[in-house]
Design a protein around this ligand. Structure first.
Ligand code: NDP
Length: 463
């Protein structure tokens, strides 16, 4: 190893790359990491963190409305978008600094530069126009929004990355996509007072989630005033002389809006990285192909996170990075575990979910018990808000194993984190039943649904 400049060179300073660099450096390894934009990557700079801040911002109008039932009079309120953007920028800058300094404090070297592979042990640091060598290289370059190049007028559209830094809020926006980003941003923009339309190509938003939650969220969003158009795509986007955009839909309708946003998935950042020079194989959508230990087709080159297109979630990238460090630097081969990953959609209300949806479980298990509760959360009894919370446990009728737990309602993301432990541990419905409730909470419903609401046999609902 002494023949190389570094034991580890990491390309990409997002969640996965920074975690691997920091932990490997703290083990005394000679580590360098290069990031061409800002340390923190998608999650910190233009993803999860600013998104969640914007979710909070967009919820205040409902909080103001709800206050009346509790005796409060909220006087005239106003919202200043530039203040939100500036405050968000300050927090993001702080976090980005922490990501970088964390690696440096652990003894690693950081480069603000694009880095590309020259060969399997050599990396070019573009900003310094020099090369360095490393025994092991980790690629963690993440992904970027699918630009939808086939759509006429796609160049007029924005992506989630731009949505965080708009100069001004538009009066109206049309968002395409039915996944996490489209749904979350539709709720954010609506909450901030923007006339919002969501268009989705499929039957119902949020494919792969439990249908009950998908339909209930769809209805709730529409009741709030968000237009949700399924089985609809853009035909073309045209820019008008006044700067507004005309979005022509497949239904024949035309919507004029200040912004049109595309949120139709993300593609791996693998172009011009020198992968071919190093012999690293890529797959159908440009993703780096890895084995169960995140090793690429080249023995000393690994890849983690979105660039591998396995599960595009920040905690998964971090977990893959930790497994990489165990495998390569602790002599403890550890394959990342992608099974039963809890996740949240920060829609309004939120979705928190772990395990199999009822539909997915019905395909894999002969008999299911479904426990379902739909209720008005205590908070809304006085606020008068009509929104309901929905909770579901999908249980294997034979073993009583809880296969899936799904929540739609306030704090569902927080609940999903804890439900994740229970499902990962392989707990049964009996374990849920003998757990004492925490009262009064919404989550107590998860341990007090004693009788199945219905059963599913051979894929059919059976009363
Ligand atoms: P998703 O994969 O969640 O959703 C993509 C959406 O775009 C789907 O509804 C898909 O439809 C639709 N779509 C794909 N191609 C086209 C097309 N050509 N025309 C029209 N619609 C299309 O991707 P996102 O962009 O929302 O998010 C990217 C990733 O980021 C997610 O996979 C997620 O893992 C991660 N993320 C996680 C968040 C969280 O944890 N809360 C928040 C934000 C992002 P269909 O369903 O029919 O395939």
């Amino acid at each position: 190893m002494a023949d190389f400049d570094y034991d580890l060179f990491v390309i990409g300073g997002g969640s996965g790359g920074v975690r691997a660099a920091r932990v490997a450096a703290s083990l005394g390894k000679r580590v360098a990491i290069a990031e061409e934009y800002r340390f923190g990557g998608t999650c910190v700079i233009r993803g999860c963190v600013p998104k969640k801040l914007f979710v909070h911002a967009s919820q205040f109008p409902e909080h103001f409305e709800d206050a009346a039932g509790y005796g409060w009079t909220v006087l005239a309120t106003s919202f200043d978008w530039p203040t939100l953007v500036a405050n968000k920028d300050r927090e993001i800058a702080r976090l980005s600094g922490l990501y970088q300094s964390g690696v440096e404090r652990a003894g690693g070297t950081t480069f603000h530069s694009r880095a590309t592979l020259v060969d399997r042990h050599t990396v070019r640091i573009e900003s310094e126009n020099r090369t360095v060598t490393a025994a092991t290289i980790l690629i963690a370059t993440g992904g970027r929004p699918n630009p939808h190049a086939a759509l006429p007028g796609h160049e007029h559209c924005i992506f989630s990355s731009e949505a965080f830094d708009l100069k001004a809020l538009p009066k109206a926006i049309v968002i395409a996509g039915g996944g996490y980003i489209a749904v979350e941003f539709a709720n954010i923009f609506h909450g901030l007072g923007v006339e919002t339309t969501l268009i989705y190509r499929g039957q119902e938003i949020l494919q792969r989630f439990d249908m009950d939650l998908r339909e209930t969220l769809h209805q709730t969003m529409e009741k709030k005033g968000i237009r949700v158009l399924c089985q609809t795509i853009f035909e073309r986007i045209e820019k008008r002389p006044d700067g507004l955009l005309d979005a022509h839909l497949s239904t024949g309708e035309m919507i004029t809006a200040g912004q049109v946003m595309l949120a139709i998935g993300r593609i791996p950042n693998t172009e011009s990285l020198g992968l071919e020079a190093a012999g690293v194989e890529t797959g159908k959508v440009g993703e780096i192909v890895v084995d169960e230990y995140s090793r690429t087709s080249v023995e000393n080159i690994y890849a983690v996170g979105d660039v591998t297109n396995r599960v595009q979630l920040t905690p998964v990238a971090i977990h893959e990075a930790m497994c990489f460090v165990e495998t390569v630097f602790k002599d403890n081969p550890t394959a990342p575990d992608h099974d039963c990953v809890a996740t949240a959609v920060f829609s309004q209300p939120e979705i928190g979910t772990v395990g199999l949806s009822e539909e997915a479980a019905a395909v894999r298990f002969r008999e299911l018990e479904v426990y379902r509760a739909s209720f008005r959360p205590l908070r809304h009894t006085l606020s008068g808000r009509e929104e309901r919370t929905l909770m579901k446990l999908v249980v294997d009728g034979e073993t009583k194993l809880v296969l899936g737990a799904h929540v739609l309602g306030p704090d569902a993301g927080e609940m999903a984190q804890l439900l994740g432990i229970a499902l990962k541990a392989g707990l049964t419905k009996d374990d849920f039943d003998r757990t004492m409730a925490v009262h009064p909470t919404a989550a107590e419903e998860l341990v007090t649904m004693y009788q199945p609401s219905y059963r599913v046999k051979d894929g059919q609902r059976a009363g």
